[in-house]
Design a protein around this ligand. Structure first.
Ligand SMILES: [Zn+2]
Length: 434
């Protein structure tokens, strides 16, 4: 079997695991074939037809709790006509490997597997069980993936550490050095549906109780409400680390006050960068609005769906109460569609220190920061069980590549893939004390 990171990623990208429907069985078969060729036992878990996950273990001495290398098999949809290459062609062109999942997260899945195989190949015994785990359904909420596994087979996933997606390295955002984000926390998710009803009627004779108009007016109040900048302790630390790189943060480095940080970020225009704003605020996005089907008929019903993302410290129910207050219309019904609290893992563990030191050993010039993931990942399920979870990807990409995640022509450079695999393998070995 080839252990070539680029070739393996290209093959893996050719497997269409678009979720929905997922078809993760195809990805499970890919890993199963490799484990069979290497003489590694594995176990599969089928949540429903076509929706499987796969686990393989290298037993350790048990000196420390197990480490899980977690990755998801599914990918978000890609419209082939928008891409310059086929999204499931696994094409290698001009030094890049193209395909849906090239960054999110089939590349990391391959790195994890190659690190796992390397430990096996060397025949060394790790100080802890080393578990490779590729799962279904991350992109649609994890019900058929990690949530199912932890609900149905809790004993199979006891661990002291989970390494997952959510971290990344950028080679062109700081002037002279790479920046590695290691995700130690992620925002909470609160998605709600608002429903407004009223009597129907003819558009020529407005009666003043139009369901759609009531909803639009209330939505305006919700969306125009202030979501202030909140400097959580982790974010304060994040900007202290970055303060050495960005001149506009110098005043904040001097006094360490939240107000100074807010002034600096606002004054520099940084808050206009959506990612920066997402890291510092609870956010609301109006993504669905449904009502009416004829220009001359007053609709009797109107619905909106809001995607709300919450910083650590703000609970979904508390924010729903805030939305209710802003709506200022008791007749509008609020229905929660998805609620999960923000999650975080400690930054003062030995494992976290090891992860950082491996980054520094390979990229001595790099700046590493503990970061907050804006989106939700499977880490939240493990964190809710009290298991520390870090988003780690020790390869360097450009901001341009990063922006293609979930977008068009997603790709990763062959060089990053090879180098990332090397660093990832070293990191796993260090965490396993071998
Ligand atoms: Zn992902």
């Amino acid at each position: 079997m080839s252990h070539d990171a680029v070739e393996l990623l290209s093959q893996y990208l050719q497997i269409d695991t678009t979720n929905p429907p997922g078809n993760e069985n195809r990805g499970v078969a890919f890993f199963a074939r490799i484990f069979e060729a290497e003489g590694i036992a594995y176990k599969t878990y089928e949540a429903s037809a076509g929706r499987s996950s796969i686990k393989a273990v290298i037993p350790g001495t048990g000196e420390k709790g197990a480490i899980i290398l977690l990755n998801h098999i599914d990918v978000v949809p890609a419209k082939a006509d928008e891409w310059s290459v086929h999204p499931f062609g696994g094409e290698v062109k001009d030094g890049f490997i193209y395909g849906r999942g090239a960054l999110d997260m089939k590349s990391l899945g391959i790195m994890e597997m190659l690190a796992f195989l390397e430990v096996k190949k060397q025949g060394l015994t790790p100080c802890r069980d080393l578990i490779f785990l590729a799962v279904a359904d991350e992109e649609a909420g994890g019900r058929q993936g990690v949530q199912y596994l932890l609900d149905q087979y809790p004993d199979d996933f006891q661990a002291d550490l989970v390494l997952n997606e959510g971290g990344f390295g950028l080679n062109n955002v700081l002037a002279n050095r790479p920046l590695f984000m290691i995700a130690t926390s992620e925002k909470g998710v609160c998605q709600i549906r608002l429903t407004s009803t009223g009597p129907p009627g003819h558009g020529s004779t407005p009666h003043g109780d139009n369901a759609l108009e009531k909803l639009v007016q209330s939505l305006n109040r919700v969306l125009s409400g202030d979501n202030p900048i909140i400097v959580t302790p982790q974010i304060a630390e994040y900007f202290k680390r970055l303060g050495t790189e960005w001149d506009f943060l110098k005043p904040y480095l001097k006094d360490g006050k939240a107000e100074t940080l807010i002034d600096a970020l606002t004054g520099s225009g940084m808050m206009n960068v959506p990612q920066m704003s997402a890291m510092l605020r609870n956010t609301i996005s109006l993504n669905i609005l449904k009502s009416g089907n004829k220009a001359n008929v007053i609709p009797s019903k109107a619905q909106a769906e809001l995607d709300i993302r919450l910083l650590p410290g703000t609970e979904p129910d508390a924010y729903i109460a805030e939305v209710k207050r802003r709506l200022a219309d008791e007749s509008i019904r609020i229905e929660p569609l998805k609620k999960s609290s923000a999650s975080k893992s400690p930054m003062d563990t030995d494992d976290f220190a090891t992860i950082k030191s491996v980054h520094m050993a390979h990229y001595p010039n790099a700046l590493t920061v503990a970061s907050l993931l804006f989106g939700a990942s499977d880490s939240r399920f493990f964190r809710s069980k009290g298991i520390p979870c870090y988003g780690v990807c020790p390869m360097l990409i450009s901001l341009e590549e990063f922006n293609r995640v979930h977008g068009i022509d997603e790709r990763v450079s062959a060089e990053s893939m090879v180098e990332g695999t090397r660093v990832y393998t070293d990191m796993v070995k260090k965490l396993c004390r071998i």
